[in-house]
Design a protein around this ligand. Sequence first.
Ligand code: PLP
Length: 465
Amino acid sequence: MPANKSDATPEGDPTQWDRDHSWHPFSQMQEYLQFPPVHIASGRGCWLTDTQGKRYLDATASIWTNVHGHNDPDLNAAITDQLGKVAHTTMLGISHPAGAELARKLASIAPGDLTRSFFSDTGANAVEIALKMSLQYWQLRGHKSKDRVIGLRDAYHGDTMAAMAVGDSKTFHHRFRSWFFNTIKLPRPECEERGGRIIHADDRWSIKILRKLLERQAEKVTAVIMEPSVMGAAGMRLHPPGFLKKVADLCREFSVHLILDEIFVGFGRTGPMLVCAEDGVTPDFLCLAKGLSGGYLPLAATVVREPIYEAFLGPFEDFRAFFHGHTFTGNPLAAAVSLTSIRKLEPMIASGEIRRKVEVFGRMVTEHFENHPHVAAIRQRGLCAAIDLVADRESGASFPVPERFGIQVALRARDLGLLLRPIHDTLLLVPPLSVTGEEIRFLVEKTLSALDASLAVRHVAAPAH
Ligand SMILES: Cc1ncc(COP(=O)(O)O)c(C=O)c1O
């Protein structure tokens, strides 16, 4: 049936309008239309309330963005204050105080000579910008043969063309690969932790291959790109401590840029404000988004080292300028709320508040899922965790794909007041950083109940012989 194209009636059912006219990201719409709809009407703290009045704990931090909770009075005030001045004005050729102040703030929290922020609006764009800047930098310096990028296996850096090319997501991106530019994929390191303690870590293979690649073709390589510490969309794959430093050292040794994607891990998600600063690594480009604005408004930044910026300077007629921009680049409302969010986060990190929450979170996730007969592995670092579900723990057999087991658990979790978004059969727990101990308990208990209820239904549907 074609969708109803009339918008004449001001009253009606938004759920139906959504069914008739929306196309949702990362969603099989045929499936989406069969699931009970959830339309969020409001939020406060870690809780979201739908249009039917049902409350949910926001266990995805609204797709890994939310820092201080929803409807935070300080963040709200930052926006309304800026709104009373101007909502949007361009950064193309002119500027505004909120953008300038945020750029200065980012320079102060970023390590070393990362001094210049180029703003955009999404994580994928922050990555595209870093890639384009890297390529142009080498061209400006006369290294025209540098045209390829090394990324990690299973990496995710966003869904625009270049971000997909440097990523490695079979389900999401492989059908577009004939349009991708030249990239090389590096095996990711191994790391297993339990209760915050490392039980297995090995990056020797990754580092050996990276060294070999650079020895053979550094003059052709523009940059290495990676997420430090945790590869989020790869299913919270952990890196061993020290891996980032080894990669950074190799990049320096072979004159290849290092692009760090801290879009997920930045702003306290794994504990520190920035992973690179914590690890004593200054990348050439640092990509930030998601938690940058506290999860309030779309804002991203590509923070760049001063010498790279300087290479782009010259008389206009030399055409060294970076010809790239987005209409809403550095939006003042987003810049204002970002500044307030960072200022509010700083004492939470410095006082150990985030560290203490991480300990509680790690302990509770481990306690609830470690010995579960359908949990193959748990990965947790900071306030994020992944729980891999399997049909059979002994053999490691997965659930059949058409069962959509992960989604079934998420649907049951909704009934129990929890909004989860799994990747395949991996449950991801990513609460806002403002989450309390009680809310962490609610999160793990309801996740466990949803898992057990889904298994019970499955056993009724297919009783064991
Ligand atoms: C590490 C990482 N990089 C890039 C992106 C893309 O960000 P965006 O969705 O804002 O384009 C994501 C999104 O999940 C991410 O986790």
